[in-house]
Design a binder for this molecule. Structure first.
Ligand code: PLP
Length: 420
């Protein structure tokens, strides 16, 4: 009989096999200093394009003050226990009421973490007779939530309404046999490529099919829509989203998350979300901090305006220089280049060491082999100077990629690990 660990010793997985070349630099890098558009990496200042602090709230003096006061008043333990047992407070309730009003839903429920919250919301919404239909490019928390489902599930091609329609036809037939219902799940903004979920067209299918729509709007909340209420507001379909989710980990620059829906649905979820019933409630300092951030989101539209000024300068500058930024419709700015993983590593090293630009790289198996994705997240704290420096650096590294410099620089890694 095999030892359970044999497979781990044999194959450490597609990413960790790069650890000896990548750890501490490309994977698990340490960004130091205050969270801002400029931070330190390995002792040198870099322009940071990899932090989801869209509105620049993470290090805003007013936010820091409220965070510090709340930490002083409550410490980091209070309240102890799960919401249902001993972890509930008036401030949690206040935050829920304010969040619900902001995203124009009857009620909201605060979650201690977005990932687990999504997993268990999916788990709670469906029973074995129900069918889930979800976008194939969904975030891991959606995929993991669907994994818990005991009934049928279908993926539809990424943002492809024809494919969704075909799968709704299949799902409808099955639901008629099982007596169950259908849950469609999309993201408001797909975080890797930046496309918005086609919520308007999904909602239009409600005329033809019977289903409920659950939207994970992690990247849309605070960045899209007239008031910042997200992708549903942007596309004019917020009312038709049956269950709305957003995390505090991006625009609100904190930890925690929430779901919002009709009173009855939130009441049900409050009593059935295993990730909240059997885990500690969100700490008070984070609740107080989220209230402050939400207040700033509502009352300081200039934060979103600054963000979009940078997004537009960056995205139009990249396009003008002939870069492929895919089909983004949000702040998420992907830049697609062609090359192997070793070339990507040499290129990013050049960007960081010689041009002072820090952005995340995404390679196979997250995207197809032979593609390099430099994923950039503009924020309200970036400046037009940051954008100019970055655009010039990108033009320079593209020239070096095309003239084979990175292939030469990565020859030793290619010899050891292969082309990839
Ligand atoms: C689309 C999406 N959903 C959910 C989450 C998880 O949220 P949290 O970080 O609050 O766990 C993330 C990432 O952070 C995300 O990008």
């Amino acid at each position: 009989m095999k030892d359970l660990f044999d497979k781990i010793y044999r194959d450490r997985g597609p990413l960790s096999k790069w650890s000896s070349h990548a750890e501490g630099y490309f994977i698990f890098p340490k960004l130091e200093g205050q969270i801002s558009h400029r931070m330190k990496f390995q002792g040198k200042e870099v322009i940071t394009w990899s932090i989801n602090d869209y509105l620049g709230l993470a290090n805003h003096p007013e936010v820091r003050k409220v965070d510090a006061e709340a930490a002083k008043q409550y410490g980091s333990a209070y309240p102890m226990g799960a919401r249902m047992m001993s972890g509930h407070t008036s401030l949690h309730e206040q935050l829920q009421n304010e969040l619900a009003a902001f995203v124009k839903k009857e009620a909201a429920y605060v979650l201690n973490f977005g990932y687990q919250g999504m997993v268990s919301t999916i788990d709670a919404l469906v029973s074995k007779d129900d069918i889930i239909v979800y976008d194939v490019d969904s975030h891991a928390c959606i995929i993991d939530g669907v994994r818990l489902h005991m009934g049928k599930r279908f993926t539809y091609k990424h943002n492809d309404i024809n494919s969704l329609e075909k799968n709704l036809e299949r799902a409808t037939k099955i639901a008629e046999q099982t007596g169950g219902g259908i849950l469609v799940i999309s993201e408001g903004v797909f975080g890797m490529r930046g496309e918005q979920g086609r919520l308007k067209e999904i909602v239009a299918l409600k005329k033809k099919f019977k289903f409920r729509l659950f939207v994970d709007d992690a990247h849309g909340f605070g960045t899209l829509g007239k008031t910042g209420a997200g992708a549903g507001e942007e596309q004019g379909v917020q009312d038709d989203i049956d269950v709305y989710f957003a995390t505090f980990a991006k625009s609100l620059a904190s930890t925690g998350a929430f779901i919002a829906a009709d009173n009855e649905i939130i009441h049900y979820l409050k009593y059935n979300l295993r990730s909240q019933m059997f885990a500690k409630s969100l700490q008070m300092q984070l609740v107080a901090g989220a209230l402050k951030r939400l207040d700033m989101l509502r009352s300081m539209p200039e934060l979103k305006q600054n963000l979009w000024k940078i997004v537009e300068a960056l995205q139009s500058g990249l396009k003008k220089r002939g870069f492929d930024i895919g089909t983004t419709q949000s702040c998420v700015t992907p830049v697609y280049l062609k090359g192997s993983i070793p070339e990507a590593m040499a290129l990013v090293k050049d960007l960081r060491e010689n041009y002072g630009i820090f952005c995340s790289i995404v390679v196979y198996p997250v995207i197809p082999k032979g593609l390099i994705l430099l994923r950039m997240i503009p924020t309200a704290t970036h400046t037009l100077e940051d954008v100019d420096i970055t655009l010039n650096a990108f033009s320079a590294i593209r020239d070096r990629l095309e003239n084979g410099t990175y292939k030469r620089l990565s020859a030793a890694v290619i010899a050891e690990m292969g082309e990839m």
